[in-house]
Design a protein around this ligand. Structure first.
Ligand code: FAD
Ligand code: SF4
Length: 517
C-alpha cells in the first residue's frame, strides 16, 4: 500500500475530483505515480442518490457573490461537489467541440483561439468516449464519421415536441450524444452500471450507475492503480519553498488541519474555486489574468404549454440535439449555439422561471400548476472572453477565513445578439410544435475561463499543457483553463483535457506512456 503521510511525499496531489481531476488522477496513477486526490465534498454511493431536489448534497452551496448586468446563478445551476465533482449532477449531454469554435479568432477576428489543435483534442475525446460509454444515434448528421457505442435512450415528450417543431421548419435534429449506458455495462473497478431506466433524475445523481460520473468511471480506475481518494478534504494552502516551487498542500478534514507533501500539484477545483484559491494565496498570477475572462454559456430556454401531458420530470432530460445553429446564415454574431430538449424538475423550474422569466408570486404559482403540460427547449451558446468579466475577492470571508468570490458577468454585444437569434429560433420551433403561451427564460450556465491557457505568459495563466507559467510544478486542469467557451457543453472536452494534461506531464518528465484507456 502506498505511503502518503507528511513524511512520505507523493508524486502528485490532485485537488478536486471532477471532470478534470478524475481522468488526470487515473492516468497518472496508471503510469505508476503515487497520487493523492483531495476532494472537498463527500463520497457517495449510487444508492445514496434520491430523486429529490431538496435533500441532495451534491451541489456546491457556499455563498458566491454575483454581479454584472447579466449575473450568473450559482449553487445547483452550475457547480457540484463530492467525489466526482459536478459530474454527480451534470446532465450527461455530451456534444463534441466544433473545430471552428477552437479557432474563432483566426476565423472571425473575435474571441480567442485555443492553443491546442482540434485533431489533438479529438483523439483524447474518442478515448474518453470509449472508456465512459456514450449513447447516441446511428447517424449523426453533422459528422457522419461518428459512431456511438450505445443506442440512444427513449425520447421524452419534450424531445418528441422538438422533433416535430424542427421537422416542420426544416431544422435537422436527432438523438443527442449522452454519456450514459442503455445496456448494462461492466465498468472496471466500479462494477455493473445498469441500463438507463429513464427516471429523469440525472441532475439529482444517478442511482443505478447508468450515467457517467467520475465516481463510476475514472475514480475507480485511479483507485485500482493505487491512487488514494480522500473525500471531505478542503485544501486551503499550497506550500512553496524558497524558489517558489510547490512542496505540499494544507487541507482540512473533519475540522483537523492536515498536510500532504508532494512533488507536483494539479489544481482541478473548477472555474470558481481554482482562481479563488490562487487569489487568496497570491499565487501564479504574474500575468494578472487569474480571475479574468470569466465565461458562462448563453443558456436561454423557451417554454410553452401543450394540449397533452408532457410530464417532463420523466425520461432522460436532454434527449434531442440540433447543431444546425452552430453557424446560422446571416447572423449578427460570431460563433453559434446548440439546441437541446429539456426535462426540468419542479424546484429547478421554479427558480429558473423566477430568475429568468421574472415570474413571482401568483403568476409563478399559476405557471407551476401547469407543470404537467409545460415543456421547454434550450440552448448552449458560445460566450466570448472579456477582461471585464471577472472573478475577484470580496471582503467577506468563509468558514476557513478565505475571502469569498465575487463574479461580475455581463453579456457583450455578441452574446446579446446570439441570445436574440436563439430566442427567435426556439420560439419558432415551439410554435411549430403546437405550444401555446410561449415565453422565454434568460439564463447562463457553466463556469469557464478564469485561469486561461495560452502560449504567452503575459496573457495566460497556464501553457497549453496546463502548466503554470510562474510555478513549474503547479498545473491547472479544470474549466478555468478554457480560452473561449465553445458552443459544446464542457464536460467531455474537460475529461479529454484531463487525459491530455496527464500525458503531457508524463512526456515532459520522461515517464510511462502506454495506456489501456
Ligand atoms: C447542474 C449541472 C448540469 C450540467 N450539465 C452538463 C451537461 O449536460 N453536459 C456537460 O458537458 N456539462 C454539464 N455540466 C458542466 C460539467 O459538469 C462541468 O463542465 C465539469 O464537471 C467541470 O469539471 P471541473 O473539473 O472543472 O470541475 P468540477 O467537476 O466542478 O470539479 C471540481 C471539484 O473540486 C472540488 N473542490 C473545489 N474546491 C476545492 C478545495 N479547495 N479543496 C478540495 N476540493 C475542492 C469540488 O468540490 C468539486 O468536486 C453541468 C454542470 C452542472 C452543475
Ligand atoms: S435518466 Fe437514466 S442516466 Fe439519468 S438518472 Fe435516470 S437512470 Fe440515470
Amino acid at each position: 500500500m502506498m505511503q502518503a503521510t507528511p513524511l512520505h511525499p507523493v508524486d502528485a496531489v490532485v485537488i478536486g475530483s471532477g471532470a478534470g481531476g478524475a481522468p488526470l488522477a487515473a492516468r497518472l496513477a496508471e503510469a505508476g505515480l503515487s497520487v493523492v486526490v483531495l476532494e472537498a465534498g463527500a463520497a457517495f454511493d449510487s444508492e445514496d442518490h434520491l430523486a429529490d431536489e431538496l435533500t441532495t448534497g451534491i451541489y456546491w452551496m457556499e455563498e458566491r457573490l454575483s454581479g454584472g448586468s447579466t449575473p450568473t446563478a450559482f449553487g445547483p445551476n452550475n457547480s457540484g461537489t463530492g467525489l466526482g465533482g459536478s459530474t454527480l449532477h451534470w446532465g450527461a449531454f455530451c456534444p463534441r467541440p466544433d473545430a471552428r469554435d477552437m479557432q474563432l479568432k483566426t476565423l472571425t477576428g473575435q474571441g480567442e483561439d485555443w492553443p491546442i489543435a482540434h485533431a489533438d483534442l479529438s483523439a483524447y475525446i474518442q478515448r474518453v468516449e470509449s472508456f465512459i460509454g456514450v449513447a447516441g444515434p446511428a447517424h449523426y448528421p453533422w459528422d457522419t464519421t461518428r459512431h456511438y457505442a450505445y443506442p440512444p435512450p427513449l425520447r421524452n415528450a419534450s424531445a418528441q415536441a422538438m422533433q416535430r417543431g424542427c421537422a416542420a421548419l426544416g431544422i435537422q435534429a436527432t438523438d443527442a450524444p449522452a454519456a450514459l449506458v442503455t445496456r448494462s455495462r461492466e465498468q472496471p473497478g466500479f462494477g455493473t452500471r445498469s441500463a438507463c431506466n429513464n427516471c429523469g433524475a440525472c441532475h439529482q445523481g444517478c442511482s443505478n450507475g447508468a450515467k457517467t460520473s467520475m465516481d463510476s468511471t475514472w475514480l475507480p480506475r485511479a483507485r485500482a492503480f493505487g491512487a488514494l481518494l480522500r473525500s471531505s478534504c478542503r485544501v486551503t494552502d499550497i506550500e512553496r519553498d524558497a524558489r517558489s516551487r510547490v512542496t505540499g498542500v494544507v487541507y482540512h478534514q473533519n475540522g483537523v488541519e492536515q498536510r500532504q507533501r508532494c512533488a507536483a500539484v494539479f489544481l482541478c477545483a473548477g472555474g470558481i474555486e481554482t482562481p479563488r484559491l490562487l487569489l487568496n494565496l497570491g499565487l501564479a498570477n504574474g500575468s494578472g489574468q487569474v480571475g479574468r475572462n470569466f465565461m458562462a454559456h448563453v443558456a436561454t430556454q423557451v417554454w410553452g404549454e401543450f394540449d397533452a401531458d408532457m410530464c417532463m420530470n420523466r425520461g432522460y432530460p436532454s434527449s434531442l440535439i440540433s447543431e444546425d445553429q452552430l453557424r446560422p446564415d446571416a447572423a449578427a454574431f460570431v460563433g453559434g449555439y446548440l439546441v437541446q430538449s429539456l426535462g426540468v424538475q419542479p424546484v429547478t423550474l421554479a427558480t429558473t422561471l423566477a430568475r429568468g422569466a421574472g415570474l413571482w408570486g401568483a403568476a409563478l404559482v399559476r405557471t407551476l400548476q401547469r407543470y404537467r403540460r409545460l415543456a421547454g427547449i434550450g440552448i448552449n451558446g458560445d460566450c466570448l472572453p472579456q477582461a471585464a468579466n471577472r472573478l475577484y475577492l470580496s471582503d467577506e470571508t468563509d468558514a476557513f477565513g478565505q475571502r469569498k468570490a465575487r463574479i461580475d458577468f455581463s453579456y457583450g454585444t455578441n452574446e446579446t445578439a446570439l441570445n436574440v437569434h436563439a430566442t427567435r429560433t426556439l420560439t419558432s420551433i415551439w410554435q411549430a410544435a403546437g405550444a401555446s403561451g410561449i415565453f422565454s427564460a434568460e439564463r447562463s450556465a457553466h463556469t469557464l475561463g478564469t485561469c486561461r491557457m495560452g502560449t504567452s505568459r503575459e496573457h495566460a495563466v497556464v501553457d497549453p499543457d496546463g502548466r503554470s507559467f510562474d510555478i513549474a510544478n503547479l498545473y491547472i486542469c479544470d474549466n478555468s483553463t478554457f480560452p473561449s467557451a465553445l458552443a459544446a457543453n464542457p464536460a467531455l472536452t474537460q475529461m479529454a483535457l484531463g487525459l491530455r494534461t496527464a500525458e503531457r506531464f508524463l512526456a515532459t518528465h520522461g515517464l510511462g506512456r502506454t495506456t489501456t484507456a
